[in-house]
Write a protein that binds this ligand. Structure first.
Ligand code: WAQ
Ligand code: MG
Length: 249
């Protein structure tokens, strides 16, 4: 199997200090490597955040037995009429999951205070609300995950009434995050200016889509992983970053 990763930016020098445009990763069989690379290239060059002037595509082969298989989270939806209402619904859902009120408040505030999008997520203690990682404005990147069977996944997505790359990728990422030992919940909204749907996810209840979580046109998005107290952080972070995970529908 092959892991293919793309990241792109604009305005930097050799990819350093530019504005992040887009990133993507897939895990595919040998016969899909070429088409996957091509679609990533196209994505980086025609993204609504801008046209990348630096594109990095990395391809790594690995043995199938190094992958762990996990189930896809169940999906449910809550309706909001505005960004404010969406964030209120998200807060209620996080509290129902067991995140403390204090931690919910600091999570929302942390995302709302961002002036630019992060590339990764912030880790917050689900009880105290304190930031646990020291990855600063970069955040923790959850990586090395994909669906085990792309066709089965697309079918499942359409049976759920979901289409498009945002939901497809977010649900896989959220499934991996929820499968990590120590995750209490996740909160997310997109950094794509015109994508206002966000979600709260948890190992207990699954993936809760909230149709409006930010104002149309807002280019700032982010993610919070709420972590249970007393979690072993180095192994938690190692799992998120490095463990190869295939999500089964
Ligand atoms: N690991 C950790 N954090 C990440 C990662 C990652 N691999 N990728 C993105 N982030 C963080 C980062 O701070 C981004 O700015 C932020 O999340 C948003 O990323 O319809 O599109 O890829 O059900 O813009 C959610 C709703 C869409 C989908 C989320 O996120 C649906 C989305 P984006
Ligand atoms: Mg984005």
């Amino acid at each position: 199997m092959f892991s293919i990763k793309m990241r792109s930016s604009k305005g930097g020098i050799n990819g350093l200090n530019g504005k992040h445009i887009s990133g993507a990763e897939r895990i595919v069989g040998s016969d899909e490597v070429e088409s996957t690379v091509l679609s990533m290239l196209r994505r980086a060059r025609s993204h609504e955040r801008g046209q990348a002037d630096f594109i990095n595509i990395k391809i790594t082969e690995f043995g199938e037995d190094s992958a762990v298989r996990i189930p896809l989270l169940p999906v449910y939806e809550k309706h909001s009429g505005s960004a404010d209402e969406g964030r209120k619904i998200a807060a209620e859902e996080l509290i129902r999951i067991g995140v403390s009120e204090k931690a919910v408040k600091s999570g929302l505030a942390a995302l709302e205070q961002l002036s630019d999008s992060m590339r990764g997520a912030m880790l917050l203690d689900a009880q105290s609300g304190q930031r646990l990682d020291n990855f600063g404005e970069r955040g923790i990147r959850c990586s090395n995950m994909d669906v085990a069977d792309a066709n089965a996944y697309i079918q499942r997505m359409s049976s759920l009434g979901l289409s498009g790359i945002h939901a497809r990728e977010a649900l896989v990422l959220a499934s991996k995050v929820a499968s990590a030992n120590g995750t209490a919940a996740e909160l997310c909204w997109s950094d794509d200016p015109n994508y206002v749907t966000g979600y709260v996810a948890s190992p207990q209840f699954g993936y809760c889509r909230i149709n409006i979580m930010k104002e149309m046109g807002d280019p700032v998005g982010g993610r919070i992983f709420f972590v249970k107290p007393n979690t072993d952080l180095p192994s938690y972070i190692d799992y998120l970053q490095n463990q190869i995970v295939l999500v089964k529908v």
